[in-house]
Design a protein around this ligand. Sequence first.
Ligand SMILES: O=P(O)(O)OC[C@H]1O[C@H](O)[C@H](O)[C@@H](O)[C@@H]1O
Length: 283
Amino acid sequence: MQLPNSVTLLETATGLSYIQVHSALCQAKIFLQGAQLSEFIPTGQNNLIWVSGDEDYQPGKAIRGGIPICWPWFGVHSDPTWPIHGVARKLMWQLDAVREEGERVLVSLSLPMELVDKTYWPHQSSLSVEFELGTELVVRLTNSNLGDTPFTLTQALHTYFPTPDITQTTVDGLQGAQFIEFDQGPFLQQDVVGFARETDMVYTEAAPEQRIHTPAGTILVGRENSSSCVLWNPWIDKAKRLTNFRDDEYQVMLCLEATNVMQDSATVAPGASHTLTTRLRWL
Ligand SMILES: O=P(O)(O)OC[C@H]1O[C@H](O)[C@H](O)[C@@H](O)[C@@H]1O
């Protein structure tokens, strides 16, 4: 494949291939494993995306940080022996196209369906993702139904964001939404959300845009074709149990995830497609 000058295909010392983008507008890294973006630095600004300092980039293991793609289910499956967050984040995706549109770079990947165990996903379908890398980052995850019966799935663009101090961080724009947390609820979100304990809130009927206020600046997080989202910080005890995560890193990250979960699960009719989109930028 002919790559534009702004794009190079590289490999980590551990053997993972990734796309490195270095354009006038930004710098970015996307791993073929999981189609997982791990860096997005708009020119002159800070990295918008967080990755653990303990990440060791091993084949077959999702990167702790970036934007893991959770598919075709989010979280723990009703059969708890199935892998958490589905199978897509650990499989090798295929690089389909890289092109420039003005100064923006567009990278498209797809998941070869023959790699997906039919026990987990028996449907005839395709799954692709497009990263639009400019001054903002746009991620579009598209499921197409190639069979003759509808299917329903849950999924997430599980974005990890950086903050210099979680206790000085708030999320604005969830007020009025309902949330479920640790199987309790639904509760009404009354105020902006701060962090002082383990947080694992699943919001439904959430507004299409939130603002993450951190001491290093404000991040705008938008979603399309998604009325649900998840806000997560493991806090002290869970941080100790997570793989590739330093005990104190809960202080410098949070996840605000564009999802299709619960009543917002995505149902795709035969011949139809569904695109979950998230748009991220520093304000
Ligand atoms: O450790 P992972 O499998 O990557 O999951 C990390 C986290 O993802 C989501 O945010 C879930 O809501 C959390 O309950 C989970 O702990």
